[in-house]
Ligand binder design. Structure first.
Ligand SMILES: C[S@@+](CC[C@H](N)C(=O)[O-])C[C@H]1O[C@@H](n2cnc3c(N)ncnc32)[C@H](O)[C@@H]1O
Length: 194
């Protein structure tokens, strides 16, 4: 299996597809194991690398994953087929802010457009089980977040500000408690307050 993971990593690198960093996915895999996570909702499939790795933790893990880019969807389907996981990974095709998703989830993994993180959180946390967790990736954004004023690109600066807004939103959210981990590209681990 590990040879196949490395094939996906190689493809992502060669085609500049941003996938979760090794430490980040290892943390998530351990979380799934230790907390008996079964149903996962992922926002941002890309080539289905993280979906496949999460499903590989155990045969009874199921992932519903949302992706809007047709090229990514097609590659994700190919990869899911290679891993024989068609019955456990469901792709919802479309914009995560527009599609309708049902079900209840033990984990929601947010890994799509950084500028929309607050909206994703608000739209999807009603589907989170009582003891469920929201994991958000890229909160350090390649170390750029700390130096917003030095970033020349206006778009990037605006995205960084939105990412900071999300972090503040999580910190001030009375219904949820978030732990920020310096793992991978920065993970937020968010759980409901009791
Ligand atoms: C960082 S990649 C996901 C990587 C993947 N989770 C992994 O680690 O293997 C982000 C993906 O989210 C998709 N995306 C961004 N915004 C989206 C949205 N609003 N709805 C659906 N997909 C979105 C992009 O097309 C891109 O493929």
């Amino acid at each position: 299996m590990s040879i196949m993971f490395s094939e996906l990593e190689k493809y992502a690198k060669e085609n500049k597809v941003p996938i979760i960093l090794p430490d980040g996915i290892e943390y998530i895999e351990n979380y799934i194991k230790e907390n008996n996570v079964k149903n996962i909702l992922e926002i941002g499939t890309a080539i289905a690398y993280s979906a496949i790795r999460m499903c590989s933790v155990s045969d009874d893990v199921k992932v519903t994953t949302i992706e809007r880019n047709p090229e990514m969807i097609s590659k994700a389907k190919e990869n899911i087929h290679k891993f024989n996981m068609e019955d456990r990974i469901t792709i919802i095709e479309g914009d995560a802010l527009e599609v309708e998703v049902t079900g209840n989830y033990d984990m929601i993994f947010i890994d799509a457009a950084k500028s929309q993180y607050i909206k994703f959180f608000e739209k999807y946390t009603p589907l989170l089980n009582k003891d469920g967790v929201v994991i958000t990736d890229n909160l350090n954004f390649h170390g750029l977040r700390e130096n917003i004023d030095n970033i020349e690109s206006k778009n990037l600066r605006s995205m960084m500000k939105k990412l900071n807004d999300y972090i503040e939103y999580l910190k001030n959210n009375q219904s949820f408690k978030t732990t920020f981990l310096d793992i991978g590209d920065g993970l937020g681990i968010t759980k409901r307050n009791d």
